[in-house]
Design a protein around this ligand. Sequence first.
Ligand SMILES: C[S@@+](CC[C@H](N)C(=O)[O-])C[C@H]1O[C@@H](n2cnc3c(N)ncnc32)[C@H](O)[C@@H]1O
Length: 155
Amino acid sequence: MKQKWNRTEERFFGIGIYQPKTEHNIGTLWRSALILGAKFIFIVDGKYNGQTSDTLKTWSKIPFYRYDDFEHLYKSLPYSTQLVGVEMNENSTPISTFVHPHRAVYLLGAENNGMPSKVISQCHHLVRLPGETSLNVSVCGSIVMYDRLAKTELK
Ligand SMILES: C[S@@+](CC[C@H](N)C(=O)[O-])C[C@H]1O[C@@H](n2cnc3c(N)ncnc32)[C@H](O)[C@@H]1O
């Protein structure tokens, strides 16, 4: 029997951090990612050997990729997937009006320096959260994932 196409099946997302500095932040982000529906997690040019803040051991449940550098991530993007840079940038769309791509890879910046302009310029979309000063990277990523969930899955 021919199966009816279910458009909700067209969606997935992954999330990761560029040059992460604090393993505690990575573990906290992974825990949120698993709960909020990420299909994969990753770091770009960083170290991670497990963290107690990831009580769910997310890496044992969904793929955890480690990319050598931004080029490695970029050429490894899944087919028909858009890279969304999460950054306080003049070109970023406020989260309140942002329309999440069906298939998205969310990239967050390093705790100390954010993302370099070379990386920012290659993102397909840029999104920012409110505030004059930056949020903690894992808090920021968690809010972005919740926003995606609220605008899509919870409809
Ligand atoms: C602590 S912030 C980096 C701050 C860094 N000192 C800077 O000036 O770029 C770490 C990352 O969290 C994310 N982030 C934090 N607050 C944000 C906001 N309001 N909007 C978008 N991204 C944010 C970005 O990905 C950022 O690169």
